[in-house]
Design a protein around this ligand. Structure first.
Ligand SMILES: Cc1cc2nc3c(=O)[nH]c(=O)nc-3n(C[C@H](O)[C@H](O)[C@H](O)COP(=O)(O)OP(=O)(O)OC[C@H]3O[C@@H](n4cnc5c(N)ncnc54)[C@H](O)[C@@H]3O)c2cc1C
Ligand SMILES: *[C@@H]1O[C@H](CO)[C@@H](O)[C@H](O)[C@H]1NC(C)=O
Ligand SMILES: *[C@@H]1O[C@H](CO)[C@@H](O)[C@H](O)[C@H]1NC(C)=O
Ligand SMILES: *[C@@H]1O[C@H](CO)[C@@H](O)[C@H](O)[C@H]1NC(C)=O
Ligand SMILES: *[C@@H]1O[C@H](CO)[C@@H](O)[C@H](O)[C@H]1NC(C)=O
Ligand SMILES: *[C@@H]1O[C@H](CO)[C@@H](O)[C@H](O)[C@H]1NC(C)=O
Ligand SMILES: *[C@@H]1O[C@H](CO)[C@@H](O)[C@H](O)[C@H]1NC(C)=O
Ligand SMILES: *[C@@H]1O[C@H](CO)[C@@H](O)[C@H](O)[C@H]1NC(C)=O
Ligand SMILES: *[C@@H]1O[C@H](CO)[C@@H](O)[C@H](O)[C@H]1NC(C)=O
Ligand SMILES: *[C@@H]1O[C@H](CO)[C@@H](O)[C@H](O)[C@H]1NC(C)=O
Ligand SMILES: *[C@@H]1O[C@H](CO)[C@@H](O)[C@H](O)[C@H]1NC(C)=O
Ligand SMILES: *[C@@H]1O[C@H](CO)[C@@H](O)[C@H](O)[C@H]1NC(C)=O
Ligand SMILES: *[C@@H]1O[C@H](CO)[C@@H](O)[C@H](O)[C@H]1NC(C)=O
Length: 623
C-alpha cells in the first residue's frame, strides 16, 4: 500500500511537471525548477545516441527515474534535418569548435563537427547506417573485454534496428543484396535503402566489378570488404531521417513520466563523495545559473568522444599532471583520459566530365529547375533524389590493404620500422604507450589479412569521389585549456603523425584511379581536377593529400578506451570508470581502435548492451 501511495504521489508530481513545463508535444522537457525538486536514480550527461538509447531502456522500469542533461536544443523538424535531399548539418553543429593547428596537414586549425542538439550526431549525420568487420569487435573483446565480440554484439544490433527490405524489382535492378538473418525488424531505429539512384551508379558498379572487386552480399554480416549498396537510417514510409530523438525519446515519452530531459543546459562537472559519483553540476546556458543535481544510483557520461573527456578532467578525473596544472582537486589519477583520439580521414577527388549522365548528384546542388521538379516528386510520391542524402552516393567499395595495393608488404614494413613512442607526445604515460603498442600490433597483423578494411571509395555520380581512410595509426588527444566548462576543450587530431596513414590513403587513391580507367567510367569522359591527372609521383600525391585532407568525418572516438588500466584504459568491460564507483561511460569514446565504418549503428548497439548491463547491476526490469 505504502509503495502504491508513493507511486501515486510520484505520478502527481510528474503531472505537475507537465503543467509546469508548458508541455506541448514534449511533455517531459523539464526546467531546473523541476529538476531541483525531483530525485533521480540516473543522471545522463548528453542526449545523443548513447544517452537517449540508455535513457529509453532504463525508464522501461517505471520505478526508475532518469534525467538527461543536453547541451543543445530540440530540432524543429526542419527539412534540413528530416529530408535527406535537403540535408544541411551546420545549424545544429557546435559552431566554434576547432582543433589546434595540424602540422601534418596545412598547419591550420581544423573544424570539428559535433552535433549539438537533442539526438546528438544522429540528428545531423549523413545517415550511413552500417556495421563493421567482425574483426573490429573481436579485437575489442581480445583487449580484455569478453562480452564485446561480434557474436556478443549481434543480438544488440538486431534489437536496435527495424530493417525494411527494398522493393524486389528495384533491388534487382540496382544490385542491392542483404541477408535477413543479420537484421532486426522490431527495433526502434529504421534501416532502409534510399529508393533512388542516379544512372551513373551503374558505371561505378561495373567499373569496380571489371577490376575484380567482388560484390558483397551484406556488409552487416561481419564481412565488410567488397562492393555494396549503403544502408541508411531512413524511415521507409516517410523517407525521412530516423534518429535517436524520434527512436528513443518521442517514441516512448508519452508513457514515461519517469524520463526527464533538460535541453540547452551544459553539464559542467561530476560531483563526487570520495571515489563515488553522486551527482552533476550543470549550467543554464541562457542565464549562467549553476545548479547541482543528485544521482542516487549512477551518473552516465554520454557527451561524445570530444566532450566526455573534457567533463571528466574538469571533475578531477584524468592525468594528474593536467589536473595539477589547472589546480583542479584530484579525485582520481587516470592517465588514459583524453588520449587515443581517432577519427576517419576524408579526401575528396574532383573531376570534370565531358559526357556525364543526367541526372547526377550535382544536379541536386546546381540545377534549380531539377531541384524544384524533384521536390514535387518527393512531396507527392516520396521517391526521387530527395530520398538520398545530398551529395552522397549509394555504391561503396571497401578494401583491405592487400587488395588496395600490391605494395602492401612494403607499407607494412615501413609501418613496422616506426617507433610507436615517436607517434605519441613526449612524456606520454607508460601505460598509454603500452596500450598503443598493443593496438599497433593488432592493426598491423590485421593489415596483413583480408578481413579488416583500410578504407572506402565512393563516387557520388557528380564531380566528387570521396576516399574514406578508416584505419589511421596516428593518435590525437583531448584536454582542457581552461577550467571554464563552457570553453571548448583543446583537441589535437594528431593527423598523419604516422606517415603510414598517407601510404594507406595513397593505396586507396591509386585503386580509385584504376576504377576511373575502366571502360564503364571512361565513357563518361572524366578529367581529374583535384589533385590533377598530372600529379603522379607518390611524393607529389602525398603533398596533395596534406593540402586538402579533412582529418575528420565526424567520427571522433576512443578517448576513454575500454582496455585494462595497464594499457591506459579508462573503462572496464562493463563500462565503469576504472577506480571509481557509480560512473559509467556510454558513447563513442570507449572503443580502443576506431571502427571501420560510420559509428552510429555500433553506438546504438553499444548503448543497448550498456542498458542491459546497468539494468542487471541494479536489478531493474524491462518494458
Ligand atoms: C556531420 C556528421 C556526419 C556524420 N555522419 C555519420 C553517418 O553518416 N553515419 C554514422 O554512422 N555516423 C555519422 N556521424 C557520427 C555519429 O553520428 C556519431 O559518431 C554518434 O552520434 C556518436 O554518438 P555519441 O553517443 O558518442 O555522441 P553524440 O551522438 O554526439 O551525443 C553527444 C551529446 O552530448 C551533448 N553534450 C556534449 N557536451 C555536453 C555537456 N557539457 N553537457 C550536456 N550535453 C553535452 C552533445 O550536444 C550531444 O548531443 C556523423 C557525425 C557528424 C557530426
Ligand atoms: C534557463 O534560464 C532561462 C532564463 O532564466 C529560463 O527561461 C529557462 O527556463 C532556464 N532553463 C532551464 C532548463 O531551466
Ligand atoms: C520545489 O517545490 C516546492 C513545493 O512545491 C516549492 O515551494 C519550491 O519553490 C520548489 N523549488 C523550486 C526550486 O522550484
Ligand atoms: C517497483 O518497486 C516496488 C517497491 O520496491 C516493487 O514492489 C515493484 O515490483 C517494482 N516494480 C517494478 C516494475 O519493478
Ligand atoms: C518497422 O518498420 C515498418 C516500416 O516502417 C513498420 O511498418 C513497422 O511497424 C515497424 N516495426 C516496428 C516494431 O516499429
Ligand atoms: C548489377 O550487376 C551486374 C553484374 O553483376 C552489372 O552488369 C550491372 O550493370 C549492375 N547494375 C547496376 C545498376 O549497378
Ligand atoms: C581480395 O583479394 C583476394 C585474393 O585475391 C580475393 O579473394 C578477394 O575477393 C579480394 N577482395 C576484395 C574486396 O577485393
Ligand atoms: C554543488 O556541489 C559543490 C560540490 O559539492 C558545492 O561546492 C556547491 O556549493 C554546490 N552548489 C550548490 C548550489 O549547492
Ligand atoms: C594554481 O595555483 C597556483 C598556486 O596557488 C597559482 O600560482 C597558479 O597561478 C594557479 N594556476 C592556475 C591555472 O590557476
Ligand atoms: C536541369 O534540369 C532540368 C529539369 O530536369 C533539365 O531539363 C535540364 O536539362 C537540366 N539542366 C542541365 C544543365 O543539366
Ligand atoms: C620529443 O623528444 C624527441 C626525442 O627526445 C625530440 O627530438 C623532440 O624534439 C621532442 N619533441 C617535443 C615536442 O618536445
Ligand atoms: C574543368 O572545368 C572547368 C569549367 O569548365 C574549367 O574551368 C577547368 O579548366 C576544367 N579543369 C580541367 C582540369 O579540365
Ligand atoms: C598540374 O597542372 C596544373 C594546371 O596546369 C599546374 O598548376 C600544376 O602545377 C601541375 N602539377 C604538376 C605536379 O605538374
Amino acid at each position: 500500500m505504502a509503495t502504491k501511495l508513493i507511486l501515486n504521489v510520484l505520478f502527481l508530481l510528474f503531472f505537475a511537471v507537465i503543467e509546469a513545463s508548458s508541455p506541448g508535444k514534449y511533455a517531459r522537457v523539464v526546467r531546473s525548477s523541476i529538476v531541483s525538486n525531483t530525485t533521480y536514480d540516473f543522471v545522463i550527461i548528453g542526449g545523443g545516441i548513447g544517452g537517449l538509447t540508455v535513457a529509453d531502456r532504463l525508464t522501461e522500469d517505471p520505478n526508475v527515474t532518469v534525467l538527461v542533461i543536453e547541451y543543445g536544443p530540440f530540432d524543429k523538424g526542419e527539412d534540413s534535418v528530416l529530408i535527406p535531399g535537403a540535408y544541411n548539418p551546420f545549424p545544429y553543429l557546435k559552431q566554434d569548435l576547432f582543433s589546434v593547428p595540424q602540422p601534418g596537414l596545412t598547419n591550420e586549425p581544423e573544424f570539428i563537427p559535433v552535433g549539438s542538439v537533442v539526438g546528438g550526431g544522429s540528428t545531423v549525420n549523413a545517415m550511413f547506417f552500417i556495421r563493421c568487420t567482425s574483426e573490429d569487435y573481436d579485437s575489442v573483446a581480445s583487449f580484455g573485454n569478453p562480452g564485446w565480440g561480434s557474436s556478443d554484439l549481434l543480438p544488440y544490433f538486431k534489437k536496435s534496428e527495424n530493417f525494411t527490405a527494398p522493393d524486389p524489382t528495384f533491388a534487382k535492378e540496382r544490385n542491392i543484396t542483404f541477408e535477413p538473418s543479420f537484421h532486426g525488424t522490431l527495433g526502434p531505429v529504421h534501416a532502409s535503402y534510399s529508393p533512388f539512384d542516379y544512372p551513373g551508379g551503374q558505371n561505378f558498379w561495373d567499373a569496380s566489378l571489371s577490376l575484380g572487386i567482388p560484390e558483397l552480399e551484406d556488409p552487416d554480416s561481419g564481412e565488410s570488404n567488397g562492393l555494396f549498396w549503403l544502408l541508411r537510417a531512413l524511415n521507409p514510409d516517410t523517407e525521412t531521417r530516423s534518429y535517436a530523438r524520434i527512436a528513443h525519446y518521442d517514441r516512448v515519452i508519452a508513457t514515461r513520466p519517469n524520463y526527464h530531459l533538460m535541453p540547452e543546459t551544459a553539464a559542467g562537472k561530476l560531483l563526487f563523495e570520495g571515489k563515488k559519483a553522486v551527482g552533476v553540476q550543470y549550467i543554464n546556458r541562457t542565464s549562467g545559473v549553476v545548479t547541482n543535481v543528485t544521482a542516487t544510483k549512477e551518473v552516465i557520461l554520454a557527451a561524445g568522444a570530444v566532450h566526455s573527456p573534457q567533463i571528466l578532467i574538469l571533475s578531477g578525473v584524468g592525468p594528474k599532471k593536467t589536473l595539477d596544472q589547472f589546480n583542479i582537486s584530484l579525485v582520481h589519477d587516470l592517465p588514459g583520459v583524453g588520449t587515443n583520439f581517432q577519427d576517419h580521414l576524408d579526401y575528396a577527388i574532383t573531376y570534370n566530365f565531358s559526357a556525364n549522365l543526367f541526372p547526377n548528384a550535382d544536379d541536386m546542388v546546381d540545377n534549380a529547375t531539377y531541384i524544384a521538379e524533384q521536390r514535387v516528386v518527393y512531396d507527392t510520391t516520396r521517391r526521387g533524389p530527395f530520398t538520398l542524402i545530398l551529395t552522397t552516393g549509394n555504391d561503396f567499395v571497401t578494401l583491405p590493404l592487400r587488395n588496395a595495393t600490391s605494395d602492401w608488404e612494403s607499407v607494412l614494413a615501413s609501418a613496422q620500422s616506426i617507433n610507436p613512442a615517436s607517434i605519441l607526445p613526449n612524456g606520454t604515460d607508460p601505460t598509454v604507450l603500452a596500450g598503443y603498442i598493443v593496438q599497433r600490433e593488432n592493426l598491423l597483423a590485421r593489415f596483413a589479412g583480408y578481413k579488416t578494411p583500410i578504407g572506402s571509395i565512393s563516387w557520388n555520380t557528380g564531380s566528387t569521389t570521396t576516399l574514406y581512410m578508416i584505419k589511421p595509426l596516428s593518435r590525437g588527444s583531448v584536454t582542457i585549456g581552461s577550467t571554464d566548462p563552457l570553453t571548448n576543450p583543446v583537441v589535437d587530431f594528431g593527423a598523419v603523425k604516422d606517415p603510414t596513414d598517407l601510404d594507406l590513403m595513397l593505396a586507396l587513391f591509386l585503386k580509385n584511379r584504376e576504377i576511373m580507367q575502366q571502360p564503364s567510367m571512361q565513357v563518361l569522359g572524366p578529367t581529374e581536377v583535384v589533385p590533377g591527372a598530372n600529379v603522379t609521383s607518390d611524393e607529389a600525391l602525398k603533398a596533395a593529400f596534406r593540402a586538402t585532407i579533412v582529418p575528420t568525418n565526424g567520427h571522433a572516438c576512443c578517448t576513454l578506451p575500454m582496455v585494462p588500466l595497464a594499457l591506459g584504459g579508462v573503462v572496464n568491460d562493463v563500462l565503469q570508470v576504472h577506480g571509481l564507483e557509480s560512473l559509467s561511460i556510454v558513447d563513442n569514446s570507449i572503443w580502443p581502435i576506431i571502427l571501420s565504418g560510420a559509428p552510429s549503428a555500433t553506438v546504438y548497439a553499444e548503448a543497448e548492451k550498456a542498458a542491459d548491463i546497468i539494468k542487471k547491476r541494479y536489478g531493474l526490469t524491462s518494458g
